[in-house]
Design a protein around this ligand. Structure first.
Ligand code: SAM
Ligand code: SF4
Length: 343
C-alpha cells in the first residue's frame, strides 16, 4: 500500500479498484495515507491555512435536493433574504477583520438577478482587493458570464455525486448532465472552479467515491469541498445514517495525493459531525477553513443540516478566536487571497 501511495504521489493514476482499497484502510494503516497527504500539502502550501469568510445571504431555494434542509419542499423552514446593503456591510466588516476571500452563498434564489449580484460584487471590490467566490447554484451561461465580467473570481458548485443515476434521483429538479454543463461553462469562462461531493449519501458505494475523486481530476478543479452527509429531519433522507468522518478524511487525503495543487477545505459539515476529524483533516491534506460571517439571526435559519450555534460574537472576535485555535494546532494563517495554484 505504501508503495502504491508513493507511486500516486509521483504521478501514477490509480484504478478505481486501487482507490477502493486505499479507502478501505483501517485507522492504523491509514496513518501512512495521512502522512503522505500532509507532506504534499506542505510542499505546495507550506504550513498555512486559508480562512475564507462565507456569507449565506439567502435560504430561499427553487431546487429540491433530497438531502438538503433548504429544499423548496421543506415548508417548515422560515426563509430570509439579506438586502444588498446588509450583504455589502457584512463583507466590509469581514474585510476589516482580515478576510481576503469572501464566499457569497445561497440557495438557488433567482430573486437575486445578475444585476443585483453584480452591484454587490462591484461594491465589495471597490472597497478592497479581495477575491469573491460565488456559490449560488445552477444559472444560465449569460449570468455566469456577466458575474465574471463584473469581478467574481471563483465559483463553487459541487458535483455532489459522480453516479449519474443517483444524482438524478437525488435532484428531481435537474440532471447530472446539466450540472456537468454548468461546471464546464464556469471553467470555460475562466472562473477558478470548485467542485466536490458528499460522503455517505444513501446508495453510494466506495466505487462511487472512487469515481467522484476521478471526476475532480477530469474537471481540473482548483478547489474541492468533500464533506460527510448529515441527515436533516425535514428531508426525505431524514432517517438515514450520517456519512463517516473517518472515511471523509481518507478521501480528502487521497484527493490531496492525486490532485496536489487543489485547495481542499476541512469542511464545515465535517466539523459539525466530528471536530476531532475536522482537525485531523488539517494534517491529512486540507489547507482551507470556512467561517460563517452573516448575522446570527440568519445563521440558524441557514439550516442545510442540523447544527448547534456558537455564542454571538463580532466577525473580528470570531476570526481572532479561529486564528488562535489554528495556531494552537501549530498551523499558520495565510495572509494572501489564496488564489488557485496554477503549476
Ligand atoms: N445552493 C448552492 C448549491 O447547491 O450549490 C449552494 C448552497 S448548498 C446548501 C451547499 C452545499 O451544501 C451543497 O453543495 C451540498 O453538498 C451541501 N449539503 C446540502 N445538504 C447537505 C447535507 N444534508 N449533508 C451534507 N452536505 C449537504
Ligand atoms: Fe438548494 Fe443547494 Fe440545498 Fe440543493 S443543496 S436544496 S440547490 S441550497
Amino acid at each position: 500500500m505504501r508503495e502504491l501511495l508513493y507511486r500516486i504521489a509521483e504521478g501514477y493514476v490509480p484504478t478505481l479498484s486501487e482507490i477502493e482499497n486505499i479507502l478501505s484502510l483501517n485507522e492504523e494503516d491509514a496513518e501512512i495515507l495521512f502522512k503522505i497527504a500532509d507532506d504534499i500539502k506542505k510542499l505546495y502550501f507550506g504550513n498555512s491555512i486559508h480562512i475564507r469568510g462565507i456569507i449565506e445571504f439567502s435560504n430561499y431555494c427553487r431546487a429540491n435536493c433530497k438531502y438538503c434542509g433548504l429544499r423548496c419542499s421543506n415548508d417548515k423552514l422560515i426563509r430570509y433574504r439579506m438586502s444588498k446593503e446588509e450583504i455589502i456591510n457584512c463583507a466590509k466588516e469581514a474585510i476589516d477583520a482580515g478576510y481576503k476571500t469572501l464566499v457569497l452563498q445561497s440557495g438557488e434564489d433567482l430573486y437575486y438577478t445578475k444585476e443585483i449580484l453584480g452591484d454587490i460584487i462591484k461594491s465589495i471590490k471597490e472597497y478592497a482587493d479581495i477575491s469573491i467566490t460565488l456559490s449560488i447554484g445552477e444559472r444560465k451561461f449569460e449570468d455566469y458570464k456577466y458575474l465574471k465580467e463584473v469581478g467574481a473570481d471563483r465559483f463553487l458548485m459541487k458535483h455532489e455525486t459522480a453516479d449519474e443515476l443517483l444524482y438524478n434521483n437525488l435532484h428531481p429538479h435537474s440532471t447530472f448532465n446539466n450540472r456537468m454543463s454548468c461546471l464546464k461553462n464556469l471553467k470555460q469562462l475562466g472562473y477558478q472552479l470548485g467542485s466536490g461531493f458528499i460522503i455517505g449519501l444513501p446508495g453510494q458505494t466506495l466505487r462511487t467515491i472512487a469515481k467522484d475523486i476521478m471526476l475532480l481530476k477530469e474537471l481540473d478543479v482548483d478547489m474541492a469541498g468533500i464533506g460527510p452527509f448529515i441527515p436533516h429531519k425535514g428531508t426525505p433522507l431524514g432517517s438515514e445514517k450520517p456519512g463517516s468522518a473517518f472515511l471523509t478524511v481518507k478521501v480528502i487525503a487521497l484527493s490531496r495525493i492525486l490532485l496536489k495543487r487543489v485547495h481542499l477545505p476541512a469542511t464545515t459539515a465535517l466539523g459539525v459531525l466530528d471536530k476531532k476529524y475536522r482537525d485531523k483533516a488539517f494534517f491529512a491534506g486540507a489547507n482551507v477553513i470556512m467561517q460563517k460571517i452573516e448575522p446570527y439571526n440568519y445563521r440558524k435559519l441557514y439550516e442545510i443540516y442540523p447544527k448547534t450555534l456558537e455564542d454571538k460574537k463580532s466577525i473580528k472576535q470570531e476570526r481572532q478566536e479561529l486564528e488562535i485555535y489554528l495556531k494552537g494546532l501549530n498551523l499558520e494563517i495565510s495572509n494572501d487571497k489564496g488564489d488557485a495554484l496554477i503549476l
